[in-house]
Design a protein. Structure first.
Length: 374
């Protein structure tokens, strides 16, 4: 985006064909002489939501949360540095050559999104390596976070009335005092809106893909590079404040976008048969890699204790419960009486048998005595 002088200025933003009009102040509030701008608040909000999403996804992706925080902190710092260097390197004027200290003055703007992505990824990947984390899953999770941050952060361009496109007759054409300076007497393309929608849609699609269809670690990242590159290539072609390459007058972001799309396509084809997965994704691939889905099973209302008993049969009233208890007690008493009778009968039989044996033994003794007398 263009380097701009920060001056407190209220914008009247119109969407003529929709009949919409907004009064926008880029400054949200001030603390003493310190201005807190909506641009910074929106960038921070996007980063915070991306961070919360990443933390909530760690278990599914099987990534250590504490180590991921290290990657996020380093990646954030490197992202800001990369975004600034990207802008300074491709800045067409001689301002930074004549005054190198101006490189460190971020209050006047001057950040390149591709530099931020490259710097953030490099810093995060190096930290992941140091922390003994697998880099591909980190890249997958980071790419989803980038889409959240970019989708929200682009609204900072709307508040600042920058990063807009050329003249348009479309119903959603935007017009303000800032656009009039570049494109007089005509609504322009709200490029910030195009990129915001593109990124948020990409997040939704890739989130679903990552949870249910991902076949290998790093696949989501490659699809992110492809998705964002395609959208950025066409949106950048509409913008009026693009950074240009020193040769052929090509737009820097379009060249980078085209290169990343081509590289990601090649890698997606090369890795099409890859199935090395460590987190969530395709059920078949998860089984192949012996990955257990830790998502809690929803309660279907069937008791694991009572098996196939109809739940309605378990809804007993207090009276029913007491009646069943009495029936159980009666059955137990009857069983006990039956057992007692059986035991008594067995005892009587044993007694009769014993008496019979004694009588036989007496008869035998008497018989032996008579024989002896004879």
């Amino acid at each position: 985006m263009r380097r701009r002088e920060w001056v407190i200025h209220m914008y009247t933003v119109q969407f003529p064909k929709l009949g919409w009009e907004f009064q926008i102040n880029p400054v949200a509030f001030t603390i003493g002489n310190l201005e807190i701008r909506w641009y910074g608040i929106l960038i921070a909000a996007g980063f915070l939501l991306a961070f919360l999403y990443a933390m909530a996804s760690c278990k599914k992706m099987r990534i250590n949360e504490d180590k991921l925080i290290n990657c996020v902190i380093v990646g954030m710092i490197c992202g800001v540095v990369g975004a600034r260097l990207y802008y300074v390197i491709f800045y067409p004027g001689s301002d930074y050559i004549e005054n190198p200290m101006a490189i460190f003055d971020l209050r006047k703007g001057g950040l390149g999104i591709y530099g931020g992505i490259i710097g953030g990824l490099l810093g995060g990947a190096i930290t992941a390596k140091i922390c003994h984390l697998r880099i591909p899953p980190i890249l997958d999770l980071a790419s989803l976070g980038f889409l959240i941050g970019q989708g929200i952060g682009r609204w900072g361009n709307f508040v600042n009335q920058e990063a807009f496109g050329g003249a348009t007759t479309l119903p959603w054409g935007m017009q303000s005092s800032a656009t009039e300076v570049v494109v007089p007497n005509s609504p322009v393309h709200p490029c910030f809106l195009y990129e915001s929608i593109w990124c948020l849609l990409g997040f939704l699609l890739l989130h679903i893909f990552t949870r249910k269809y991902r076949k290998y670690d790093g696949q989501t990242f490659l699809l992110y590079v492809l998705w964002y590159g395609v959208g950025r290539f066409f949106i950048e072609g509409l913008r009026q404040d693009s950074l240009l390459t020193p040769f052929f007058g090509l737009r820097v972001s379009q060249v980078v976008a085209a290169a990343t799309v081509l590289i990601s396509l090649i890698l997606l084809i090369v890795f099409s048969k890859k199935t090395s997965l460590t987190g969530c994704g395709s059920r078949r691939i998860m089984v192949l890699n012996s990955i257990i889905d830790e998502t809690p099973v929803e309660d279907d209302g069937v008791s694991t204790i009572f098996g196939d008993i109809d739940p309605s049969e378990l809804n007993l009233t207090e009276t029913d419960a007491l009646a069943e208890d009495k029936e159980d007690d009666a059955e137990e008493t009857e069983e006990k009486e039956t057992e007692d009778k059986t035991e008594n009968k067995d005892a009587e039989e044993e007694s009769v048998q014993s008496a019979s044996e004694e009588e036989n033994l007496t008869d035998e003794k008497n018989s032996d005595a008579v024989t002896t007398e004879k």
